[in-house]
Ligand binder design. Structure first.
Ligand SMILES: [Zn+2]
Length: 190
């Protein structure tokens, strides 16, 4: 089946289908519907880089529907959040605690204390943004790990997907056996 995945041009004969009877995140088969997952692939290169956007028809249950709008977070993003929380603590400590004798540990070592508080806060933040069983991810359950373009024209020749739910990955691999054999499509664990 030639899919409609948004504005990116797909190569002639490109065939791909997403099994639509099982939630791609938690794997349930009850009350599953198909929703559009806005999936971006950004490649950073020393000279510019490239970006591609796809609208993937991903099956989800009501419980997991919100995860489709949460792009996965990179290590850089996690580090940035931790730094931001630590920085906010440092600012609060610097302005809220008066200088002078007896101001305590926080005043004498604001960076040490704010780093520790920042770490604790980010630990709490990441715990709140965790998948709840039986969900496989808090974030988008289908990722694009790699794409291959024609050098001229930019037509998409191959898409390699990553799946957070193993059962869904297997269902996807079964449904796209031909395309995987032909090398148009790849399926791996996210
Ligand atoms: Zn689900």
């Amino acid at each position: 089946m030639h899919p409609n995945l948004g504005p990116e041009p797909l190569a002639e004969g490109f065939s791909l289908q997403f099994p639509d009877d099982v939630c791609a995140n938690c794997g349930t088969r009850s009350e599953v519907f198909v929703a559009e997952q806005d999936t971006r692939v950004t490649r950073l290169l020393p000279l510019g880089g490239s970006s591609a956007a796809f609208a993937l028809p991903v099956p989800t249950c009501l419980h997991c529907a919100d995860s489709l709008s949460r792009p996965p977070m990179s290590w850089g993003g996690k580090l940035a959040i931790t730094a931001l929380l630590a920085g906010a603590c440092a600012a609060v400590l610097t302005f809220a605690i008066p200088d002078g004798p007896g101001a305590g540990l926080a005043a004498r070592h604001p960076w040490v204390v704010s780093s520790l508080v920042g770490l604790v806060l980010s630990w709490v933040w990441f715990r709140r943004h965790r998948a709840e069983a039986p969900q496989s991810s808090f974030y988008q359950p289908v990722r694009i790990r790699r794409l291959q373009r024609q050098r001229l024209g930019g037509t998409i020749l191959a898409l390699h997907f990553g799946f957070t739910n193993k059962a869904y990955r297997l269902a996807f691999a079964r449904a796209n056996r031909e395309a995987i054999r032909a090398g148009h499509v790849g399926a791996a664990d996210a």
